[in-house]
Design a protein around this ligand. Sequence first.
Ligand SMILES: [Mn+2]
Length: 463
Amino acid sequence: MRVAVVCQSRSHALVLAQALDAAPEEITFLVESETLDRSLRRLGLNTARGSFRDRELYRGALPASLLVVSLRDPRRLRTVLEAIRRERGETPVIVLSISPLQDLRVRPEQYPFAHFVPVGERFKPLVRADTRLARAKIRVRQLREVIGDAKNVLVLLQDDPDPDSLACGLALRTLLGRNRVTMPMGSFGPVTRPENIAMMRVLDLEVRLIESEEDLGRYDRIVMVDTQPPHLRVRLPRVDAVIDHHPSQTSYEARFKDVRNAYGATATILTEYLRAENVKVNERLATALLYAVRSDTLLLDRPVIEADVEAFTWLFPRANTNWIRRIERPELPAEVLTSFADGLRAARIEDRVIFSHLGPVSREDIIPQLADFCLQVEGVDWSAVSGVFGGELIISIRNVGYVQRAGAVVKAAFGDLGPAGGHRSMAKALLPLENIPHLENGLPTDRSYRFVEERFLAALHRE
Ligand SMILES: [Mn+2]
């Protein structure tokens, strides 16, 4: 692409030579001063010299793919713009302005062919991002001091580890140049959500189950990610470092704490650490972190800050979206088709809600998958799919998004029977079978399902 740059300063020229999406030989700097002309030529840059008033100067450089005006002295802007008004043809024009636009001696609306760019304003988010990275550098140094060359470092995750904590464990290991032997991940409870189990399988992650507090004595250092000591059911003898984004708790001591409540994911904090240190982030780690940010922020649907969006943007091209698809949509064994067929045959619609009951299922994850599928049925705003798994009636709720909050409805409908809750468009209830009426041989009957449906519809109309 050929670019012409109207320029008065060597430093502007040097910055633009790097910033423009063109090879140096494709750029021509249009200058007035003989000194600048010589100086740029000495740097190997192409120049054309003449008076900014003289249309001949522009005629030689146009047409180009882009004409950039970058003046140190804004008093010359009118002269330049009047000259190129007649010569520009179809060439797009950018005016870079160091001073705020309202301080310019021309009014941008007098030159509708030009795109005025307030440079300082444009730099703001970049400077904010780099400030975050500069701060992250200090935090990483402090973290390294706390971890030192300890032999065994445990990354302690919450009881049912989620993608954010798993990704952060992997990120910490990479950041500190450790491996699964010198820095294992551990938790007091197993990973249970099917997507999270899929994430561990696809990304080859391991979490040690920690049986008791005494087990912790084996580790020289304990780092907690995505959680803080008061969130655990057990009392920790000590913790050395905590990195988290949940509201800050004060009832514990740690030599290193980085708790940022405004962040949408702890993975965003770890992404900053890795970037600040120029650590190579491979596809596996980028995928883990991207999936973490996606799932903790519901695809940036929950409150996020600029830092989360920035991490997302940085991770996206480095991650493997096929792996993410495999995590989110686990492969289904063929026998699941029979379950689906039975569930769909018995599905019924009432008040824009589609209900389907799968009965006993071999895998929990087919329940939300059928709930997703059912939502596509015409005339339906909600889908409620149940299945019996692990001694519980699991109910997956989905809605089209612009109706009531699924989490609140599910809580109102089933909160007294077992854990129930969720987000705006997805929710879930886990009801111990003994809390369900009209069982036969320990399994729900049609009357049980009718009870569930009535409960749900009543809550929907109440909420
Ligand atoms: Mn989190």
